[in-house]
Unconditional design. Structure first.
Length: 457
């Protein structure tokens, strides 16, 4: 038993959908498939809702585009005799979407709750078409709306899943072993039955939840790359696919910008010890990358390199911070109130300064709350200044074999020094599988290629 998830790039048009569903039909074992919306549809839905909210009738143009994309796929996938019924089912959903957008235009407001409902149409439309195509090809297929089986809170936009409740619903709904279930990714439903969504890479998360609920042997994530690479191939030309990754390495790489997999995806599969495999729809013969709890043996210390763009660091400095309890708590409390995500922290042992790295777009909000929270410390000169430095990049060097291996840091810093790259901040966790560096954005390309050449080749 396996779960296969196919992303938007695998479902860009009728031709891609047909190729993807052929992969599904070639499977000899019982399995479940999870589908994203067709490529570009979610963005069109968001744009339509924004235009409707602002009273701009251009949302009707986006609605026409959405209709044309799906109708073109139907005309490619189905015979003339089959098309009328499929178009009727799709038209029913499109009419519902049209009414919702018109309502938004009238009140000129689109809440997060309504936004989730609008975004759900991409997956619902695509799965309606896919399930119909599979049935026309002789497979007993049934579309499952994930709002009925994945139960969440009502945190619209990025909901928290109640896993045990969801597992019960999934097992109850997907119990016919002879049926190929076509499940909508990304979308879910609250306990009250209201549409919610799972946030970034939500379809991957859906697949992981289904796999865990059904105790699958493997969860396959099908995308448009051959697997997880040692570095971004757009920057490091000689990067290559990593055949096997430990769960910890995959989590580190995904946190620091490797877009193929998201940390949330792995959580249910980790609990059930289910491996995740990354495969390429456009290159089905490529072996891909397996992520599992099994130990990975490799000769090199470093597995891969990842990076995060457009970050800034905020340096809180002052002689009055030395030995005074509560200052760090005030700093982190202020950032929590500002809802600023701290990516990295460094602090000198002298306690003279604390450096916090966050996304550049969050800096203004962070400074506002820091100045308010630390007003007394600033007035009494316990804190001398709060500096900001923009146009920075975090580079993370990641590898399970780094643990306990001497000389890695020295080799890393020497290679960057020889390339005249200035390191502004450094952080390393006690797990020893990650060394993170902050450098200037202008040095990103040189730094990534230098590290890759030094450690990976």
């Amino acid at each position: 038993m396996k779960v296969q998830k196919f992303g938007g790039s695998s479902l860009a048009d009728g031709q891609r959908i047909k190729k993807t569903l052929q992969i599904v039909q070639d499977e000899k074992t019982n399995h479940y498939i999870v589908l994203s919306a067709m490529k570009g549809i979610t963005n069109l839905l968001i744009k339509a809702s924004e235009n409707a909210e602002s009273g701009n009738s251009d949302y009707k143009k986006q609605l026409i585009q959405i209709t044309e994309i799906h109708y073109n796929s139907i005309e490619y996938l189905f015979s003339t005799d089959e098309q009328s019924l499929i178009k009727e089912n799709v038209s029913y959903l499109l009419d519902e979407l049209k009414d919702i957008l018109h309502g938004i235009e009238l009140v000129q407001e689109c809440s997060l709750r309504t936004g989730d409902l609008i975004m759900s149409f991409g997956e619902r439309l695509n799965c309606t078409i896919a399930a119909a195509h599979l049935n026309c090809c002789g497979r007993k297929a049934r579309m499952i709306d994930a709002r009925e089986i994945i139960i969440t809170d009502d945190n619209y936009g990025s909901s928290h899943v109640f896993l045990e409740d969801s597992y019960l619903k999934i097992r109850e709904k997907l119990k016919d072993s002879d049926t190929l279930y076509v499940i909508t990714g990304f979308i879910s439903g609250s306990e009250k039955g209201i549409t919610t969504t799972l946030g970034r890479n939500g379809s991957d998360y859906t697949a992981s939840i289904i796999g865990a609920a059904m105790n699958s042997e493997i969860v396959e994530i099908w995308t448009d790359v051959d697997g997880v690479l040692t570095a971004d191939p757009r920057i490091v030309k000689n990067s290559f696919v990593i055949p096997r990754l430990s769960i910890e390495e995959a989590m580190e790489l995904s946190y620091f910008g490797a877009e193929v997999i998201h940390p949330y995806t792995l959580m249910p599969t980790i609990d059930k010890n289910i491996p995740v495999k990354i495969k390429n729809t456009l290159n089905t013969t490529a072996p891909g990358t397996i992520i599992s709890t099994d130990p990975v043996e490799r000769e090199r210390a470093i597995t891969g390199i990842a990076s995060i763009d457009s970050v800034s660091f905020i340096n809180v400095e002052g002689g009055g911070m030395l030995g005074i309890p509560g200052v760090a708590s005030s700093i982190f409390g202020a950032l929590a109130e500002a809802e600023v995500n701290i990516i990295m922290i460094t602090q000198a042992s002298s306690e003279h300064s604390i450096c916090i790295v966050c996304r550049s777009f969050e800096v203004e909000r962070a400074l506002k709350h820091l100045n308010k929270k630390l007003e007394y410390e600033i007035k009494t000169k316990k804190i001398n200044r709060i500096d900001v430095r923009n146009n920075l990049e975090i580079i993370a060097v990641i590898g399970e074999n780094m643990k306990g291996m001497t000389g890695i840091s020295g080799k890393l810093f020497s290679s960057l020094g020889n390339s005249e790259i200035n390191i502004l901040a450094i952080a390393q966790g006690s797990s020893e599988r990650n060394i993170s560096l902050v450098i200037e954005s202008k040095d990103k390309i040189k730094a990534l290629n230098t590290i890759h050449k030094t450690f990976i080749g």
